[in-house]
Design a protein around this ligand. Structure first.
Ligand SMILES: C[C@@]1(CC(=O)O)C2=NC(=C\c3[nH]c(c(CCC(=O)O)c3CC(=O)O)Cc3[nH]c(c(CC(=O)O)c3CCC(=O)O)/C=C3\N/C(=C\2)[C@@H](CCC(=O)O)[C@]3(C)CC(=O)O)/[C@H]1CCC(=O)O
Ligand SMILES: NC(=O)c1ccc[n+]([C@@H]2O[C@H](COP(=O)([O-])OP(=O)(O)OC[C@H]3O[C@@H](n4cnc5c(N)ncnc54)[C@H](O)[C@@H]3O)[C@@H](O)[C@H]2O)c1
Length: 211
């Protein structure tokens, strides 16, 4: 089995090439837009969603078949056509340019795979089966999402601010660790899941005041 290395990439403003404009390409484009990438699609036909993103100026579409050279200037390359031979040519160009490449119908050729994700504010949970079982990744993601509940984004906003205050106010490393451990306790996460962490928040703020 291949063992992948996980990274969380900043693609804001980076040119990402998606070859193909169908269902799979649309999912990849959607994920790239969430990360504010500069997405270029090359495909004779595109889905309605990709056309809508193009109309909003969020995606550049070139309506023709892929030709060698399309990957110039890209940071990431996605081969997502329904033609195995075209996907292989996209792969070959990306490899020749030493670019990371994802090939929709060939996990063996992917130099990176795309995980199933949960986003909540700054939180990003990613699930991968190392290319072997994508639907399992999606279902396991769903289970994790259920276990977290809603409202984590606001809690994480609070914890980021609280953490900064602790760092600014408390110099003793032992006390810092104690305050932060309590902030990320099971009790807190359970209260967030129940949608009722107001009293927990007040208690934490009072503790910080006294520290
Ligand atoms: C997680 C997710 C992210 C995303 O795409 O954004 C993703 N696939 C998703 C869904 C999904 N994909 C497929 C089905 C139908 C059921 C099935 O066939 O199993 C479903 C389920 C559905 O549609 O619900 C079919 C499929 N997928 C691949 C092949 C090729 C092959 O295996 O040969 C085939 C067969 C095509 C054929 O029939 O020929 C390959 C890949 N798919 C991956 C990612 C990478 C491995 C991820 C990992 O490590 O786990 C990898 C290797 C490359 C890549 O695409 O990056 C996304 C979840 C979306 C969500 O968030 O809900
Ligand atoms: N990785 C995944 O998550 C995943 C999931 C399902 C299917 N697949 C595989 O991905 C591939 C695409 O599936 P789909 O459902 O998006 O297909 P689709 O039929 O919806 O779309 C195919 C797209 O490829 C474009 N295309 C065809 N020839 C082209 C060329 N020469 N240059 C540029 N674009 C070209 C078409 O215009 C069309 O937009 C299939 O091989 C499928 O087996 C992968």
């Amino acid at each position: 089995m291949r063992t992948f290395y996980p990274i969380v990439a900043d693609l804001a403003g980076k040119r990402c090439l998606v070859v193909g404009g169908g269902r799979v390409a649309e999912r990849k484009v959607g994920g790239l837009l969430e990360a504010s990438a500069a997405v270029a699609v090359v495909s004779p036909l595109i889905s309605d969603m990709i056309a809508a993103w193009e109309a909003e100026g969020r995606v550049t579409v070139v309506r023709r078949e892929y030709t060698e050279g399309d990957a110039a200037g890209a940071s990431l390359v996605f081969a997502a056509t329904d033609k195995r031979e075209v996907n292989e040519r996209v792969y070959a160009e990306a490899v020749a340019r030493a670019l990371p490449v994802n090939v929709a119908d060939r996990p063996d050729l992917c130099t990176f795979v795309v995980p199933a994700v949960i986003r909540s504010g700054p939180l990003l949970v990613t699930v991968s089966t190392s290319g072997t079982s994508p639907m399992a990744s999606a279902r396991i993601r769903d289970r994790i999402e259920e276990s977290l509940g809603e409202g984590l984004d606001r809690f994480l906003e609070f914890t980021a601010e609280y953490r900064l205050s602790v760092h600014n106010k408390v110099s003793d490393p032992g006390l810092r660790r104690k305050l932060l451990a309590e902030l990320f306790s099971d009790e807190a996460l359970d209260a967030v899941k129940a949608g009722d962490w107001g009293s927990f928040r007040s208690r934490m703020l009072a503790q910080l005041n006294e520290a």
